[in-house]
Design a binder for this molecule. Sequence first.
Ligand code: F0G
Length: 360
Amino acid sequence: MRHVFDARRSSRKAIDQSGVWRFREHVLDIDESLIITHPEGSTRLYERDGILFKHEGENPTGSFKDRGMTVAITQAVRLGAKAVACASTGNTSASAAAYAAQAGLRAIVFVPSGKISAGKLAQTLAYGALCLQVRGDFDAAMRLVLEASQRLGIYLVNSINPFRIEGQKTIVWELLQDLDWNPPDWIVVPAGNLGNSSAFGKALVEARDAGWISKMPRLAAIQAHGANPFYRSFRENFAQRHRVSPETIASAIRIGDPVSYDKAVSALRATNGIVEEVTDDELMTAKRDIDRMGIGCEPASATTLAGVRKLRASGVIGDSDRVACVLTGHLLKDPGAATVKVIEIDPEISEVERILAADR
Ligand code: F0G
């Protein structure tokens, strides 16, 4: 018997607090009493060194995934699903588990064995999901969950699910709203399975068509060099789709065969966007700098700042261009990736004095 909290159905107040359901007319046509919201969204916008950072790590489970998950789980319940499934590098699984717990659904998640951070795995398990560690990479887990959901009639909540995309559009709308609908020149986003790039393109096209903005920002989707199939396709003007064997320290985007490739190509074309790649060294340097700003993020999110630096150096992003980076996950999602030194001492004041003198 699974325990279902009163939060299963959302109060009007929760809906109005949600940065997703504030835009509900443009997200999902559904009776408000059926919406399952934590609430999520309404994240902060920071400005540091002339660059804007929208911190989606401030969502309830620590990543932007909650924006799409509230919609996908609402839809799952509407359809009468009893179980939901996803493949994940750790953030989708944590979000799916949390929202499934709220809705009283069973969550089954498929993760690449040994390739997701300990924190994300712990979080996913704590929310009560059944976690299957697949021997293989994320792409193998993705193929397996696609087959499993079709065969076993389990509702799939990966971003291939269009309801996820509808929710993730609100990252861009909320950013534009934060800026009084004066769009930046660039919106910069990490690119892995390409759900978010797809959602951002759709959000921008809809915002322009509705007359909310009069100028189209350009999307910059940034990949890790070792997991760069989208970048490879972009370099060939999307003549062909690439698949790679992925390797990067940014485990969230360690993906070689992104499932939302076609939608992301449309998004890039609609926004005159570009795709860039950055090395692990470049993204970890950027992560250290974002951390030292007192903001912090997980490695995948730092591809944004690393990408901005590279695109400024090559002149693609102009010095006076306004740039908004979307930080997709919280610093504490992947603390093992932090490059910090910890000093252990005996409980003596002389030890403290010695260390402080040496650190000057
Ligand atoms: N940043 C973070 C922190 C992520 O967790 C992901 C994807 C991305 C960026 C890339 O977004 O896939 O829409 O292009 N994480 C997925 C997961 C794959 O399973 O949590 P995308």
